[in-house]
Design a protein around this ligand. Sequence first.
Ligand code: SF4
Length: 499
Amino acid sequence: MRVTFVAEAYESLGIEYLSSSLKNAGHFVSLVYDPKLFYDAFCRISWINKKYFSENTLIDRIAATAPDIVAFSVMSETFNWSRDIAAKVKDRLNTPIIFGGIHATTCPEQVLEEECIDIVCIGEGEAAFVELANRFDRLHRINLQGIKNLFFKSNSEIIRNPAGFILDDLDKLANPDKQLFIHEAPHMAKRYYIMTSRGCPYTCSFCYNSTLEDKKKYIRKRSVANVIGELKWALKSGIRYSYVIFGDDTFIQNKKWLSDFLEVYRIEINKPFVCAVHPRQLDRDTLNLLKISGCTDIEIGIQTLNQSIRSNVLNRPESNEEIMRAMKLVKESGIRLIVDHIGGLPGESIEDYEKAVVEYKRYRPNFIAFFWLAFYPKTKILKNCCKSNILSENALEGIYRGKGIDGKGGYNIVRMEYVGFEFIFALIPILPDFILRIIIKHKLYRLIKKRMVGMMVIFPRLIRSIIDLNFNPFFRHISRYADFFYYMHINTKRKDKIL
Ligand code: SF4
């Protein structure tokens, strides 16, 4: 079977795993990639991307792969775009279309109501997709009956096969097909994105993890040998990465595993790496171990410094003391500290933002990634906000249908009264104490009444990255660095008349 994946803007480890599973089973896989150059939630310069990637060009490229099926892995934010492309593919090629990914998993029924979408894969898709491809016969028919994790339409009726494929042993997965994305975007080879586990033990109310019921069965860890084997295999197969991103939700959860792993990693891989951790898991010994093993950046989800809101609204159990201690320990270790902070939480006041500036000023994270609260299907916070009428029926409908709260694909609510803090938070790592004190004392954040994304988000991050001589945070959060490389890459290709 010939499978064509369509993806936008970022490397997708999910697609890479599906691709390697399909290839190992003897199928052909292609990727058509739209980098969404300089066009995402942070930066919207539409002409650059359109110059190289009009929708018609994309459909031509999909058609050129002669697919038997076209596949999309969607988050809520990418659903609108993916559905539009899928509709055009359907018009032109009339091939079956399958959607998977978080959004399709949380609202399969609504996704299948879209005329152009034939099949939805819920949950992990490797086994289901291979089974689907294996059943594709010479007459181009696929019998989908009984394939676990698949919902599909048959004579306008939705058939719901049972959910079931959850791989117990992650070591059984083939190495992800990294070349699929690297072929499209060679700059991706500079860093190696890998996950050593699946699942997270926490249930933060805003996160997809809060939608899972029997959470324990989703939490799995790969063996040390398997992870090291993949990192060595990548080097041997010519991916000359210079640092590693461990994309696990909580990389240091299992301390025994971590210690065993890092001991081998130091000897056999020895590359700088970045990871995300939960503040409760940090202690001095672990940080020392991470530091001597090459860890350069640690990302911690703090979200708010109002403990009551963090506990009651976000369902995060850690205390403010634990958070302060975690920030202090990371700073003392010499590892760069990145914190995630969510704005626009229900019940917040201006004092919460002022307090956050004071506390962050004390610990000076190297980078504060500020996000406005986003509402995703089936999350606990969505249910609670609907109960308390913070979200309307229309907004809820838009969220489940992939149209977002505003009908245009936006899932967060920007609170204009706090918008100045988006800028201040971005500047905390670089502004001297006395200026921050003056800003808070005279409430100068009120002068900023409009979101100027370039000034508020990109410029301070760029300055910070230059000061640190470290582009990782810039790269990881807003992809402008990646955009730049991609822009250069397609320009070169254009000159060579390859495009
Ligand atoms: S710790 Fe992170 S990944 Fe885990 S539930 Fe919370 S937000 Fe989600």
